[in-house]
Design a protein around this ligand. Structure first.
Ligand code: SAM
Length: 293
């Protein structure tokens, strides 16, 4: 289970969909002044160099963040507006790259940390023995470090004990690697347990779109769990190519339980642009569906 290192995938199209959605969720939840607790169940290392190490080997950022930045520059020079959702996301990426050139990519812990207000808290879980050390080192540099707890524990076991947060305002990002196919089952159990204890929390689950049975079943399993608890949901996927037989990840999805009402509008503006910016063939497409309980 310790073969996965997120640095290989930092700045990929899947990170773009996940982090763009995440930023919108936090910004919406922060429209109210009450303290917000954010749990990132699968944190990774926090921030990644794109110039060397694993990311430079995989080059996934070439067809992800680098391509999107180039597209945004072309839009700007031809006087076209890229849209608020994508611009907001890019602003967060550039905040870590003050020289205007993208050399590092912030993972969910850094994106979330930078969004914290004084009253908010962030709880990060990471099990990998090397990633947890790097995460601790990276978080230590942040001025928000005192608002952040880091746990070297299995988040699937611990999540139920952390919800509801004292303020009853919470966001949970569930972003396993799914290298172990048990992760699909763990996500279901964790969601069942979490919703039983904290039905009004906002939950964002990332997953890879694969033909593997467990992956293909995940959105329907989430819909069933949301329905059991009478909760609204939003389901989105972004496909950048359709090349059967190729092993690289070509599409990913986010399933959000208790989404803010603004999320669908934000994504309906951003997704067509992401498809145009990131497409690697004629089969690029997106999916966006929601259900009000
Ligand atoms: N959320 C990160 C981001 O967006 O930047 C990426 C996380 S990566 C997909 C998944 C991480 O979860 C890996 O670093 C892995 O070591 C860690 N992990 C795997 N199983 C875990 C578990 N049960 N509890 C906590 N962390 C786990």
């Amino acid at each position: 289970m310790f073969s996965y290192r997120h640095a290989f995938h930092a700045g990929s199209h899947a990170d773009i969909l996940k982090h763009l959605t995440l930023i919108h969720l936090v910004e919406y939840l922060q429209e109210k002044p009450g303290a917000l607790t954010i749990v990132d169940t699968h944190a990774g290392a926090g921030i990644y160099s794109l110039m060397d190490g694993f990311a430079a080997v995989s080059k996934e950022a070439d067809s992800g963040i680098f391509r999107l930045v180039k597209f945004a520059q072309e839009c700007k020079s031809s006087g076209k507006d890229i849209g608020k959702g994508i611009q907001d996301y890019l602003d967060h990426i550039f905040a870590e790259n003050p020289q205007e050139q993208i050399t590092v990519y912030p993972g969910s812990p850094f994106i979330l940390a930078r969004l914290l207000r004084a009253q908010d808290r962030l709880k990060l879980f990471e099990l990998h023995p090397k990633e947890i050390d790097i995460l601790r080192h990276n978080v230590h540099q942040l001025k928000q470090a005192k608002q952040i707890d880091i746990y070297a524990e299995d988040s699937f076991v611990r999540l139920k004990g952390l919800v509801p947060p004292p303020s009853r305002r919470g966001l949970v990002l569930i972003d396993p690697s799914y290298e172990d196919k048990q992760d699909y089952r763990h996500v279901e159990t964790a969601m069942e347990e979490a919703l039983q204890r904290f039905a009004t929390g906002c939950y964002a689950i990332w997953y890879p779109v694969l033909s593997r049975r467990e992956a293909a079943a995940l959105p329907d399993r989430m819909k069933k769990i949301a329905a059991n608890h009478k909760r609204p949901w939003l389901h989105t996927e972004l496909r950048v190519e359709n090349a059967p037989g190729e092993r690289r990840l070509q599409a990913s999805g986010m399933f959000v339980i208790n989404p803010p009402w603004t999320l669908e509008k934000n994504l309906s503006e951003a997704l067509p642009t992401l498809v145009r910016a990131l497409r690697q063939g004629d089969d690029a497409e997106y999916l966006l569906k929601s259900f009000e309980s």
